[in-house]
Design a protein around this ligand. Structure first.
Ligand SMILES: [Zn+2]
Ligand SMILES: [Zn+2]
Length: 249
């Protein structure tokens, strides 16, 4: 079993180390057919991709595709902005991209002090000391509202940094054609959550989340989890096959 595409990789356009071509060349060497370049969303305070670079990135994706023969998709790993499920991407920005990943990250720009405190700071603290049920509910709602509002292809590293009721998020994602990422280096689901997601036929995608080229296609944590829980191959969309996305069929 191997993956035919890695759909979550970073470059120096946010805080990755290697170029679009370098990431793509590693994917080619590892026998993949596709890759996506998905730098951090526009409103991250520390390492956001800049809107003005999108056209240049598209050109680099096309050049990398020509040189390697791989499909090179351009996406973004956008940020959840608040409990209402707003995400830092506009319709016009989405129109320029192929793939939309959404995840929770700390240090995202927000004008509201309340949101800064409750959605970012408190989640950071709760994540260390334990997240109460009421907070998990609010966080779950944030993802569900985001899936309703945006054509999200992939939820990245769910429950990493901010805890939710992952089964509820995953079931809602399943019903809306949104994939749950099995991140190559960090998976924060409990045994119960994984088992329930398998039972509910949630669709997963394996992604490296590589920030340097050596890590493209490196998915040890995801493969170990698949083996441990015997996750059926047909539930993992990029295992020995090429997945469909909202814009790419
Ligand atoms: Zn991320
Ligand atoms: Zn990432």
């Amino acid at each position: 079993m191997r993956i035919l595409g890695d759909y979550h990789t970073h470059t120096p356009y946010s805080h990755g180390k290697n170029t679009i071509l370098e990431n793509t060349s590693v994917a080619q060497q590892k026998g993949m057919k596709q890759i996506a370049i998905t730098d951090h969303g526009f409103d991250h305070s520390l390492y956001a991709v800049e809107r003005k670079n999108i056209d240049t990135m598209r050109k680099e994706c096309d050049e990398a595709s020509k040189k390697t023969g791989l499909d090179v998709f351009l996406g973004v790993e956008a940020n959840l902005l608040d409990e209402n499920g707003n995400v830092d991407i506009t319709k016009e920005e989405y129109d320029k991209l192929d793939i939309l990943i959404v995840g929770w990250h700390n240090f995202v720009k927000t004008k509201s002090f309340k949101t800064k405190f409750s959605f970012f700071f408190m989640n950071y603290i709760f994540n260390i000391f334990g997240t109460p049920v009421w907070k998990r509910k609010k966080n779950t709602k944030a993802y569900i509202e985001a899936i309703k509002k945006y054509p999200i292809d992939i939820i990245s590293h769910l429950n990493y940094g901010m805890k939710t009721n992952a089964i509820e998020v995953a079931k809602f994602a399943r019903d809306h054609g949104t994939l749950i990422e099995l991140n190559g280096k960090r998976i924060k689901f409990s045994k119960k959550e994984i088992k329930e997601m398998i039972k509910e036929r949630v669709k997963f995608i394996i992604n490296s989340d590589a920030h340097k080229k050596e890590n493209v296609g490196k998915n040890d944590v995801a493969f170990n989890l698949i083996a441990k829980y015997n996750i059926p191959k047909e539930l993992v969309v990029n295992l020995d096959s090429v997945p469909k996305f909202k814009k790419i069929n």
